[in-house]
Design a protein around this ligand. Structure first.
Ligand SMILES: Cc1cc2nc3c(=O)[nH]c(=O)nc-3n(C[C@H](O)[C@H](O)[C@H](O)COP(=O)(O)O)c2cc1C
Length: 237
């Protein structure tokens, strides 16, 4: 098996909370759950590389007018200042290129994704790098450049009922927004595992977190096994 055959996971956390607070209930639920996914994956496939970013603790820069001008200037014509303006974006996109699986953990803040995670998406969804734009395609001129990636989204919310058909489905601008954006990173398979009820702190919350833990362990096992099959098939050719 060559190096390319080893899948990389890009793990992006985005809560502003940590997981090592002296009072456990202050710890980030989404980060804790994502850690569980990675630990199951590591048990199944210990040689895989995991690239880690915590955008909650180290938020990426917001886009600027200079960033947009640089991104829309062909690479060969960029000034050194423009190239510098895109350095972070280049690095973050490289991490996505390497990854077969993108694991994102996200708290729900004001019914959507954290601003730092949106800043990360704004840095990585970039013309001629992660999507192409062609008016010859008619009303849908954007197409992703990469393909076949899997996104696992682990979300945590204080309220509940954000799932399809749930009582707050229409208020959920977290998972649906991330799903739409992730297409332009080459994501073709999307999984979301939610922990809800944090603000109630009751039995429903404990149950929801425990269900999420189990679902993520099963998902990690299933995806790791699928990867094994894919690798065996591709190395047999
Ligand atoms: C600033 C802020 C805004 C929040 N907004 C919402 C919200 O709109 N809906 C909701 O259900 N929970 C909301 N919550 C609760 C969080 O989603 C919940 O605490 C979650 O567990 C945070 O993720 P974490 O535990 O990974 O840090 C909010 C919490 C904070 C701190």
């Amino acid at each position: 098996m060559d190096d390319k055959a080893l899948p990389s996971i890009l793990h992006v956390d985005s809560s502003v909370r940590r997981t090592d607070n002296s009072t456990a209930r202050y710890n980030s639920i989404s980060k804790g759950l994502a850690k569980g996914f990675i630990s199951t994956w590591n048990t199944e496939r210990p040689d895989d590389e995991v690239i880690y970013r915590d955008v909650g603790i180290s938020p990426p820069d917001f886009m600027s007018e200079a960033w947009i001008a640089a991104a829309f200037t062909p690479e060969s014509k960029r000034t050194s200042e423009q190239a510098r303006a895109l350095e972070l974006s280049d690095l973050l996109i490289k991490e996505i290129r390497q990854a077969d699986i993108i694991l994102i953990s996200a708290p729900m803040y004001n019914y959507g994704l954290p601003a730092a995670l949106k800043a990360w998406f704004d840095q990585v969804i970039r013309v001629n790098e992660t999507f192409s734009f062609d008016l010859a395609r008619g009303d849908f001129p954007l197409e992703p450049i990469m393909a076949k990636k899997t996104l696992v989204l682990v979300s945590s919310s204080g309220e509940f009922g954000f799932e399809p058909g749930g009582i707050r489905e229409a208020m959920n601008h977290l998972g649906p927004h991330i799903k739409v954006m992730s297409k332009y990173l080459g994501v073709e398979t999307f999984h979301e595992v939610r922990a809800e009820y944090q603000e109630f702190g009751d039995e429903r919350h404990a149950q929801s977190v425990s269900n999420a833990k189990l679902a993520l362990a099963q998902l990690a096992q299933g995806l790791a096994a699928n990867h094994q099959d894919t690798l065996e098939i591709s190395s047999a050719h």
